[in-house]
Design a protein around this ligand. Structure first.
Ligand SMILES: C[S@@+](CC[C@H](N)C(=O)[O-])C[C@H]1O[C@@H](n2cnc3c(N)ncnc32)[C@H](O)[C@@H]1O
Length: 340
């Protein structure tokens, strides 16, 4: 993800003379950056510049291949040349290495997988829904679930400080219900910050493969439990004071969200707080939102929803004091807080 929202995002990059550049260059740029992530090239440069020979040795690749790749990465501003050596640019170091605030390398690994799924976009558009949802693909290919959860974990690491800042946890709150909680990072962060909280994470088994060990590593096994299964079928346990529905609504239809929010309302203690994180569909879609909707059509057959939709579902479920917080930068999406 980008820190800023450049005006050219999504605009044609091809020249009037050769419009095919608009197809060819994004493909090459994307596949070069993904390949660098898969080879561990950016991480190999985390401690400083290396010559092409040194770098090739470190990533166990041919000198010819490595040199061709780094030349392109220099040309597109991901690496810089320093004498005979190559170094990460500040932005690459920040976004795609362990030295950065959040390492989005899992996003590169995930995009490698999603590349082949994207090949079926035309068929999905013809049909109006995916042949197979991402969740079905995860059952068939078990390596996809943990990869997706790690990618979501990178977003969660970025979003975590905003959540702590904007979500008011009352001293009397005891029970956190993290619906679609995946990697568990949000529950871990809140349980660490608020010692009075216990949490239950509900998600599909494919999303939870690494969550137990992460909770154990955080020393929170006694306070955070897992409930594997779909939201629609699994046990949500005792009534909650704080409910997270973070980046889950875009994986559901309007009817499913209306039903889920009604069930959340019914399963909460009075005075409780529901926190929704989403990428809201605005009346005029920007390129990123429109691209995300195309991805959702292909992956899950769902879509982003409008702020008005959430307000209607929340009001019908008995929530009040609905508050919308647009995060900065805007690529981080929005929070909707509602009280029961
Ligand atoms: C985009 S990820 C967000 C993960 C996490 N809440 C976060 O904010 O980082 C959506 C999560 O919802 C889960 N999910 C989607 N549909 C679900 C369903 N019907 N039942 C349970 N979990 C579901 C997915 O497995 C995935 O972990």
């Amino acid at each position: 993800m980008h820190r800023t929202h450049p005006a050219h995002l999504g605009q044609p990059t091809g020249s009037a003379e050769l419009a095919m550049l608009d197809v060819y260059m994004p493909m090459m740029k994307s596949s070069a950056i993904i390949s660098a992530g898969r080879l561990g090239l950016f991480e190999a440069l985390v401690d400083g510049p290396l010559t092409a020979e040194e770098l090739a040795g470190k990533i166990a690749s041919s000198l010819r291949g490595t040199s061709t790749l780094v030349d392109f990465l220099v040309a597109i501003g991901y690496l810089e040349k320093r004498g005979d050596a190559f170094a990460n640019t500040a932005s690459t170091q920040r976004w795609f290495t362990s030295a950065g605030q959040v390492d989005y390398t899992p996003g590169l690994l995930w995009t490698h997988e999603s590349w082949s799924m994207m090949a079926n976009l035309a068929e999905t558009i013809r049909k109006g829904e995916p042949e197979k949802t991402l969740w079905e693909a995860m059952v068939e290919k078990p390596h996809l679930g943990p990869l997706f959860s790690s990618y979501m974990g990178a977003f969660a690491a970025d979003l975590g400080p905003d959540l702590l800042r904007f979500v008011p946890v009352q001293p009397g709150y005891r029970r956190l219900l993290d619906l679609g909680g995946s990697h568990g990072l949000h529950s871990i962060r809140f349980c660490r910050q608020y010692p009075q909280l216990d949490a239950l994470i509900v998600d599909m088994p494919s999303a939870l493969t690494k969550t137990g060990p992460e909770i154990e590593k955080a020393g929170l096994s006694g306070r955070i439990a897992l409930s594997p299964g779909t939201l629609q079928e699994s046990d949500w346990g005792a009534p909650a004071d704080l409910v997270f529905y973070l980046s889950v609504a875009h994986n559901h239809s309007a009817d499913e969200n209306r039903a889920a929010i009604r069930q959340i309302g019914e399963s909460m203690n009075p005075g409780g707080l529901l926190v929704i994180h989403e990428y809201l569909a605005e009346t005029s879609l920007d390129a990123m939102n429109a691209a995300f909707r195309l991805t959702l059509l292909l992956e899950t057959g769902t879509q982003t929803h409008r702020h008005e939709d959430y307000c209607a579902w929340l009001t019908a479920a008995g929530f009040s004091a609905i508050e919308r917080i647009d995060l900065e930068p805007r690529e981080k999406g929005s929070l909707i807080l509602a009280r029961r």
